[in-house]
Write a new protein. Structure first.
Length: 84
């Protein structure tokens, strides 16, 4: 059974509504979100225990949990600050 909005929040805690909607739209059950969160939090530990790699839907959920890369605002000045 696909998870609900409230189930997503119960697993992840406070997250933005767009993320909740994206996760709910996968049709995954809440158990798969819990597994995705476990992989997200400690993938090396799970691999070390011999667990099989996550399936495609769980991998997609893991990707949704990853923070978006921030766009660069421009080059970072490397020299001394100029005064005007």
């Amino acid at each position: 059974m696909a998870m609900t909005h409230d189930e997503v929040l119960s697993v992840l805690g406070p997250v933005d509504e767009a993320t909740v909607a994206e996760i709910v739209s996968t049709g995954a059950p809440v158990e798969e979100l819990r597994e995705a969160l476990a992989w997200f939090d400690s993938d090396e530990a799970l691999i070390g225990t011999g667990r099989p790699m996550p399936g495609t839907r769980i991998a997609a959920l893991i990707e949704m949990l990853e923070p978006e890369e921030e766009l660069e605002a421009g080059p970072v000045p490397t020299g001394p600050a100029s005064s005007h």
